[in-house]
Design a protein around this ligand. Structure first.
Ligand code: DQA
Length: 143
């Protein structure tokens, strides 16, 4: 089974970026842990600060892998183009957020991508990604 994690803008700064909200672990360290934990799964990781690059990656991988865990960062709240790309591909996409976006500013409460994802996970810190992978394992068992 193959799963791709995509992180959007500013998530390359995890560990340094607003640690009271996003924690002090780097994504690279966390990714190493989950690779060990889900040893039977072919896990890939991609990060970009550019909307078009995220769309290109969804197109490239979205017809040949078993699922995508996507934290689109602030593009969640702005990008119809990413929503259209998710709708266009075949692989199921789980939306994840590190913080609980519903406890935060009003502008973070709306997501353009929720309605085209299989589901959304928000507020569990970096464990949101782990839960996203678990969700995709279950989704794939039903296919
Ligand atoms: C985020 C929440 C977004 O509102 C924000 O713009 C991010 C990170 C999260 O993981 O909690 O960049 O997606």
């Amino acid at each position: 089974m193959s799963i791709l994690i995509i992180n959007g803008p500013n998530l390359n700064l995890l560990g340094k970026r607003e640690p009271t909200i996003y924690g002090s672990d780097t994504f690279e360290d966390y990714f190493q842990k989950i690779q060990e934990e889900f040893g039977q799964i072919d896990l890939e990781y991609f990060q970009s600060n550019h909307e078009g690059e995220i769309i290109d990656k969804l197109h490239e991988k979205g017809f040949n892998i078993d699922g995508i865990v996507l934290n689109a960062g602030a593009y969640t709240h702005t990008s119809l183009a990413i929503a259209d790309a998710i709708a266009a591909i075949k692989s199921p996409v789980v939306e994840v957020h590190i913080s609980n976006v519903f406890k935060r500013e009003q502008f973070r409460h709306h997501s353009f991508i929720s309605s085209v994802c299989v589901g959304s996970i928000s507020g569990f810190g970096l464990d949101s990604y782990r839960l996203g992978i678990e969700a995709l394992i279950r989704v794939n068992k039903k296919i």
